[in-house]
Structure formats: structure tokens, C-alpha cells
Design a binder for this molecule. Structure first.
Ligand code: NAD
Length: 321
């Protein structure tokens, strides 16, 4: 098997590669050529950690495997990031383990690619203001990936811990754009595209705060109980997701579903839009909402791309197992 260590991934994986891998696997899911297995995710009662496995099989891309790992909220005290994971790929013809790939950078890259794919396919082409809710580790990746999709002229941001917003201000400066800290009323009123990427367990953004025509990528809710927006927003919006089964159980839609505000049949897999089987946004006034829950196939797609590049660059270690 090949081992691709965490510290070599960033040099092997470009944001463009991640975008392409995620966009194409979402389309493969919509064509029923790729599917995810049920997610296992548990609070293990140690270090406040959430640990689990996400697996899947992409027949079209011949990618079989899983990501194991989760979220350790106190890791920053040890100087390491809160998300820790490793991706394992298996040979679909023999079942032999083919590769172990560091999953930390790839998780951020594939999650950023996911919201970026939603922005490309669902936001208004004339979107000018990007609104960020959240300013943690993932938010930086999210913001950089979003800025590649539209000609944004300004970034505005809100975070529960405002001192963290300097991270976003620095990225805006890097991109030559102004950045302004705003309250949630202004964020909802002014942003054309909103990304929420927090660890919140209660609604942050209210339905009435969002302007017509906005595209919202809800990216933080990937576990039962988490929540970033008021469920009524999912009634106002046309709702899209990476995978409906995850959206209704561990994604942002879990709350609107549980309270009977929407039905699962009202949620569209974004792969259908990518594959041309659904028109996506229906008007300039429609609010679109992408519930990005994070599926195993995203991890397998970016890990497979990295393994190819690592092999070509000679940076992977081959071990017998
Ligand atoms: P982080 O710990 O670096 O940052 C957490 C962010 O959430 C910060 O902005 C913080 O201020 C904010 N926050 C913390 N508690 C909050 C609360 N109670 N209310 C509102 N905001 C709060 O974490 P991160 O690595 O940036 O991850 C952020 C979230 O994204 C996590 O919930 C994580 O599980 C999720 N995530 C989702 C996917 C996916 O595919 N959908 C992938 C990776 C991470």
C-alpha cells in the first residue's frame, strides 16, 4: 500500500483539483454511479471527541474506501487542529488496502470545494458581496474557494468570537478586497452569497434576515443536533444538498424535517444540477440554500487524486501489509 503523509498533501492538491474531483463525484452520485454508506459518528465520552467513519464506493472512478476520524474540540490547546482524520482506499477488484492518505488538509479542501461547487451552480452570476459566518480553521479554506467562483467586490463577516475575524480580514487583504465586520442583520441584507461554517448547535441566521436572491451554503452542520440557520429559512429557500439521506439526518435540514416544515422530497441533490437534470436556481429573486453535509465520496475523490499525484511525484511511501 501507499502512504501519503499529511505534511505532503498541500503541495500535491490544488484547490482546482479538489473542485474538479468534488464536482465530478457529485454528478456521479446523481447518475447512481457512486454511493455513500451510512455514517457512523459517536461522541466517545473522551476528550469531548466526536469520532466516526464515512465510507462509499464510486464505481465510475473505481474509488472504494473510508475516512476515519472526527472532531477533537480541545486540540488547539495542544497546537494541532481540531479535525483529525485519515483516508483509506481499497482496491475494488481485490479488497486489498491500496493507500492511507492524511485526511486533515483534504477535509478542508473538499469541504471548501463543496460550497464552491454550490456557488458556481446556484448563486447569481452577478454576486458581489460574500458574507462569512464563522472564522475557524475551515472558514479560511471556504472563503478562498468562494472567491474563485464570482467577481466579489467585498467580504463581510460575523463570528461569535469576533477576535477570530482577523483571519478572514487577512485573506480579503491578500485578495485585494475590503473586509468589514457586520451584525447579522447587515450580513443578511447585504450579502449575495453567504457561507456558514461554525460549530453552532442553535440557529444563528434568521429567515427574515436573508435578502431575496441570496445563495447560502450551510457547511457547519454535519452532526445530529448542530444547527446554523432558522428552519423557516429552508421553507423560504430552494434547498439543495450533497446527499439527501445525510441532509435530513445530520445536515442543516434535520431541523426543518423534524418539525415538519419541509419534506425530504423537496431537497435536490446538487449532482442533478451539475449533470443537467435539474435547472438549479429558477429566478434572480429565489433564495437557494445548499446543505453541505460532507460525504465520504468527496474524501475518496480527493484522496484518489492525491495518490495519483504522489505516485507521479515519487513522494508516496510503499509498504507491504
Ligand atoms: P473551528 O473550531 O476551527 O472553528 C469553529 C467556528 O465556530 C469558529 O468560527 C467559532 O467562533 C464558531 N463557534 C464555536 N462555537 C459556536 C457556537 N456555539 N455558536 C456559534 N459559533 C460558534 O472549527 P472548524 O474546523 O472551522 O469547523 C467548523 C465546523 O464545520 C464544525 O462544526 C465542523 O464539524 C464542520 N465541518 C463540516 C464539514 C462538512 O463537510 N460539512 C467538514 C468539516 C468541518
Amino acid at each position: 500500500m501507499l502512504i501519503v503523509p499529511e505534511n505532503r498533501i498541500a503541495e500535491l492538491m490544488t484547490p482546482e483539483d479538489a473542485f474538479e474531483a468534488v464536482e465530478s463525484v457529485f454528478a456521479a452520485m446523481a447518475r447512481d454511479e457512486a454511493y455513500n454508506f451510512p455514517v457512523i459518528r459517536e461522541a466517545i465520552g473522551h476528550a469531548d471527541a466526536l469520532y466516526g467513519f464515512k465510507g462509499g464506493f464510486d464505481r465510475a472512478g473505481a474509488a472504494l474506501g473510508l475516512k476515519a476520524g472526527g472532531y477533537w474540540p480541545n486540540n488547539h490547546e495542544r497546537g494541532i487542529i481540531n479535525h483529525q482524520s485519515t483516508i483509506f482506499l481499497f482496491d475494488p477488484d481485490t479488497g486489498r488496502v491500496a493507500a492511507a492518505v492524511g485526511g486533515n488538509y483534504l477535509t478542508a479542501a473538499r469541504t471548501a470545494a463543496s460550497s464552491a461547487v454550490s456557488i458556481k451552480h446556484l448563486s447569481r452570476p452577478d454576486s458581489k458581496v460574500l458574507g462569512m459566518i464563522g472564522a475557524g480553521h475551515q472558514a479560511a479554506f471556504q472563503m478562498r474557494a468562494a472567491l474563485r467562483q464570482r467577481d466579489f467586490e467585498k467580504v463581510i463577516g460575523w463570528n461569535l468570537h469576533p477576535e477570530m475575524l482577523s483571519r478572514l480580514a487577512d485573506i480579503a487583504t491578500e485578495a485585494g478586497l475590503p473586509f468589514e465586520e457586520v451584525d447579522l442583520d447587515r450580513l443578511g441584507a447585504e450579502a449575495d452569497v453567504i457561507i456558514s461554517i461554525t460549530s453552532s448547535f442553535a440557529p444563528i441566521l434568521k429567515a427574515a434576515q436573508v435578502s431575496p436572491g441570496t445563495h447560502i451554503a450551510c457547511m457547519g452542520t454535519d452532526t445530529k443536533g448542530k444547527q446554523e440557520v432558522e428552519p423557516e429559512l429552508l421553507v423560504r429557500a430552494a434547498v439543495f444538498t450533497d446527499e439527501v439521506a445525510q441532509s435530513v439526518s445530520i445536515g442543516e435540514a434535520q431541523h426543518a424535517i423534524a418539525s415538519g416544515l419541509i419534506e425530504a422530497s423537496a431537497i435536490t441533490p446538487i449532482g442533478k444540477v451539475i449533470a443537467g437534470a435539474h435547472p438549479g436556481r429558477s429566478s434572480a429573486e429565489e433564495i437557494t440554500l445548499f446543505d453541505g453535509t460532507g460525504v465520504a465520496l468527496q474524501d475518496l475523490a480527493v484522496a484518489s487524486a492525491v495518490v495519483e499525484r504522489a505516485r507521479a511525484a515519487g513522494v508516496a511511501t510503499e509498504v507491504e501489509i
